[in-house]
Write a protein that binds this ligand. Structure first.
Ligand code: 13P
Length: 285
């Protein structure tokens, strides 16, 4: 599977689009994501954070993914932010074809050591692996603060370290910190495009932008033109889910889940469709 995934990232890099990676924790979210991808003929990544896969079930995620692939093969299941070798091994052994190892809270030396261990294991199982260097602040929710008040310069990815990191670890792609953060903040993130350009030039790697919620279409397009190949979206889906569910439960006295959850899937699809178009990932299968 790793070879196939690498070919897809190469295609995105060459044709100037980004793969959208959308998080899910329930089946109606998944349905909404897949509906949008099919409609727009887009390759797509479906992701689970640790909390999400604990809720959905690790084996269950793989089983549902395998069922989806039979009808729509342009989907990749990805494990977001695994933070220990034990967790990574559990996920790979369950059948995830793509994983993210997040050692960003460790010192550079420890991050290199743990990520290399993770990459060696992933590659021995033919699994694609994303590493992370630099810190990505916040969780996938709405925040009361302004990002500019909490984001500090020292967590941004250093281009010269990024080169060393990818060479020493052998990761297939790299998640970077260039002013992005998880969640929706009071202000818009201010991305450091010069840093992005420098990281791409020095590493030549596939690059990943976490914290996609709240970033403008203009900034997404510019990031893609400078070498971002995958963009993660979660909070905007969570907000769409909750608003749609509240609205449809208030609207009617109908307690049939597959009626009101249909609206939820449609709300998710709407967000995913908008992003696919911004990422220029439509008509790419
Ligand atoms: P957002 O919650 O900001 O969309 O970020 C998602 C993400 O990066 C998942 O890893």
């Amino acid at each position: 599977m790793r070879g196939k995934i690498i070919r897809l990232y190469k295609k995105a890099d060459k044709k100037g689009f980004a793969l959208g990676a959308f998080n899910f924790s329930t089946n109606e979210i998944l349905k909404g994501i897949i509906f949008a991808a099919k409609k727009l003929k887009a390759p797509i990544i479906i992701s689970t954070s640790e909390g999400e896969r604990n809720f959905f079930g690790c084996e269950e995620s793989v089983a549902v993914y395998n069922a989806i692939r039979k009808k729509y093969p342009h989907v990749i299941l990805h494990a977001d932010h695994t933070k220990s070798f034990k967790e990574l091994k559990k996920i790979i052994d369950a059948g995830y074809p793509s994983v993210h190892f997040d050692g960003s809270k460790l010192s550079f030396r420890h991050n290199v050591r743990e990520t290399k261990r993770a990459a060696d294991y992933a590659h021995s199982k033919n699994v694609f692996i994303e590493g992370e260097l630099g810190g990505i602040t916040g969780g996938s929710t709405t925040h009361k603060e302004r990002l500019k008040d909490v984001l500090t310069e020292d967590i941004l990815t250093k281009p010269e370290q990024a080169k060393e990191f990818v060479e020493l670890t052998g990761v297939d792609s790299l998640a970077i910190s260039i002013g992005n953060a998880h969640g929706i903040w009071k202000d818009k993130p201010k991305l450091d495009f010069e840093r992005l350009k420098d990281i791409k030039k020095r590493t030549g790697k596939f690059l990943v932008l976490h914290g996609g919620s709240g970033i403008s279409a203009k900034d997404f397009r510019k990031s893609i033109s400078l070498g971002i190949n995958k963009i993660n979206i979660n909070t905007e889906l969570r907000v769409a889910y909750a608003h749609s569910l509240l609205k449809s439960l208030n609207k009617r006295e109908d307690y049939t889940p597959y009626h009101y959850l249909k609206d939820v899937s449609a709300a998710i699809s709407k967000v995913v469709e908008e992003k696919i178009i911004i990422f220029k990932a439509d008509k790419k299968i």
